[in-house]
Design a protein around this ligand. Structure first.
Ligand code: ATP
Length: 487
């Protein structure tokens, strides 16, 4: 039978440590859940929509019947855990949640219970979802937002380490956000307990020592080279996250994990143009191969030194969780060009639009047929547009944070807006059309396309951003505008 100790009160500050008996790993996941004095069962909750799915779990938005309080309930299938031999991960996650207790920057586990088939972890519901989604939507954050969110992360890491816990899988997916847009860290399946408290300390990872823990882009060199676990591993991840928030991409990238690992162990990464000097200095002091040389580690004077870095000037560390987070704002290096450069007399003559096709969005059947025949005969991009008639095309720089890639954009009937890598002639994706899509001119060169999940940040070097926006609006009108009108 399972062993229980007090994880059943929502007001627990520091839940008791599990017993040795409780830690025993067996093939029975019943041992992973402790009984509770006021025992909860699945019938105490209404299970709502699925909020997310992990490799071994489904997370439901739930409401407790007696209090009306909302929770995220993580449901794990026992059979699946046993089949995949993940008992240890599940137990570790439970133990770390217990040890963390209630802290503003962490998801809290309120109750655990089980039925014959499943384990249930009742967790704080982080209503605003993952930080990663906001990063995808905006491409990157400005320095002010990056400073605030990474400062919250610093405080969270400091707390974790004070408990002897190394997270080992910090990344924007594992940073959730509460109603007030403060961070709530989760996912402790890869965590490691290093304090000497017998019951809570992880056994040495003998057989698994060389196995890779974490996520390729954020994994530290010492994890790859199987050195002893070091708190500094989370500081490496912090460096990767700061770099990513500001620039839009993590520092170590590659087509496959091996390539990424190679770059990590050689410290092979670059700063894109526009990356601020102070932020760069901080990242360089965190992305250091030797764990004991990283800013913030005990050997270098601890987190106090990290908090005193110039990048964090002005941060009121003790009250971060009570402060109003800055509104998330993208870092747009060309923003300074904005209003004063925008004028009706845009530069360049219409000849500058060589290579572009600007078509009326509404054509007669005969016109369409003629244009399509012409397109099939002479447009090398025809093969990317699934037989659709191209209404407008042109080269644009598609920005993701501080990185820009030149793409051939092809707006077609349908509507579709494809983009192709012009050098390698590979279709890279499509801007998803919907009624919510809308363009916004920023300067004569720069415009945005807003979609529900992402804002595309585009730059037309020929200076005809307004033409693009006009054409997109025309297509929008045709497909989503007033249907009674005839265009
Ligand atoms: P894996 O197990 O594959 O590493 P995971 O750790 O993301 O995946 P879960 O912890 O089961 O798996 O979470 C699945 C998804 O549910 C997450 O991606 C997250 O978006 C969402 N989620 C998890 N916990 C919460 C929570 N407390 N509040 C809101 N959303 C959550």
């Amino acid at each position: 039978m399972s062993v229980l100790k007090g994880v059943n009160s929502p007001s627990i500050q520091t839940p008791p440590s599990p017993t040795t008996k409780d830690m025993a790993v067996s093939g029975e996941p019943d041992k992973l859940v402790r009984k509770s004095s006021t025992k909860r069962t699945p019938n105490d909750f209404i299970f709502g929509k699925v909020i997310g799915e992990g490799s071994y779990s489904t997370v439901y938005l739930s409401k407790e019947l007696s209090t009306g309080k909302e929770f995220a309930i993580k449901v794990l299938e026992k059979r699946h855990i046993i089949r995949e031999r993940k008992q240890q991960y599940v137990m570790r996650e439970r133990d770390v949640f217990n040890k963390i207790g209630a802290h503003p920057f962490f998801i809290q586990m309120y109750y655990t219970f089980q039925d014959p088939d499943r384990l249930y972890f009742v967790l704080t519901y982080a209503r605003r979802g993952e930080l990663l989604d906001y990063l995808h939507k905006l491409s990157s954050f400005d320095e002010n937002c990056t400073r605030f969110y990474s400062a919250e992360l610093v405080v969270a890491i400091e707390y974790l380490h004070s408990l002897g816990i190394i997270h080992r899988d910090l990344k924007p997916e594992n940073i959730l956000l509460n109603d007030e847009m403060h961070i709530q860290i989760t996912d402790f399946g890869s965590a490691k307990m290093i304090k000497t408290d017998v019951d809570n300390t992880d056994k040495p990872e003998t057989g698994r020592k060389k196995s890779f823990v974490g996520t390729a882009q954020y994994v530290s060199p010492e994890i790859l080279t199987s050195k002893d676990p070091h708190c500094s591993t989370d500081l490496w991840a912090l460096g990767c996250i700061i770099y990513q928030l500001l620039s839009g991409l993590p520092p170590f990238r590659g087509g496959h994990e091996y390539q990424i690992f190679q770059k990590i162990t050689k410290l092979e990464y670059e700063f894109p143009e526009g990356f601020g000097d102070t932020a760069r200095d901080l990242v360089e002091k965190l992305l250091v191969l030797e764990p004991s040389e990283r800013l913030g580690c005990e050997e270098k004077g601890g987190m106090k030194i990290l908090k005193n870095h110039e990048f964090y000037k002005g941060i009121q560390w003790d009250t971060l969780h009570e402060q109003k987070p800055p509104e998330l704002t993208p870092y747009l290096p060309s923003n300074s060009l904005n209003s004063q450069l925008w004028s009706k007399n845009r530069p360049g003559l219409d000849d500058a639009r060589i290579g572009e096709i600007i078509a009326d969005t509404v054509l007669t059947d005969d016109e369409r047929k003629i244009r399509l025949e012409e397109q099939i005969k002479s447009n090398e991009y025809h093969r990317f547009v699934e037989g659709n008639l191209i209404l407008k095309q042109g080269l644009l720089d598609k920005r993701k944070g501080l990185f820009a890639r030149r793409r051939m954009f092809l707006m077609t009937e349908g509507p579709h807006l494809y983009y192709v890598d012009p050098a390698n002639k590979v279709l890279k994706g499509q801007v998803p059309w919907s009624k919510e899509l809308h363009p916004e001119v920023k300067t004569f060169k720069i415009f945005f396309i807003h979609t529900p999940n992402r804002t595309y940040y585009l730059e037309d070097h020929t200076g005809h951003a307004q033409d693009w926006c006009k054409a997109i609006e025309d297509v929008w009108q045709r497909y989503y505008g007033d249907k009674d009108k005839h265009y």
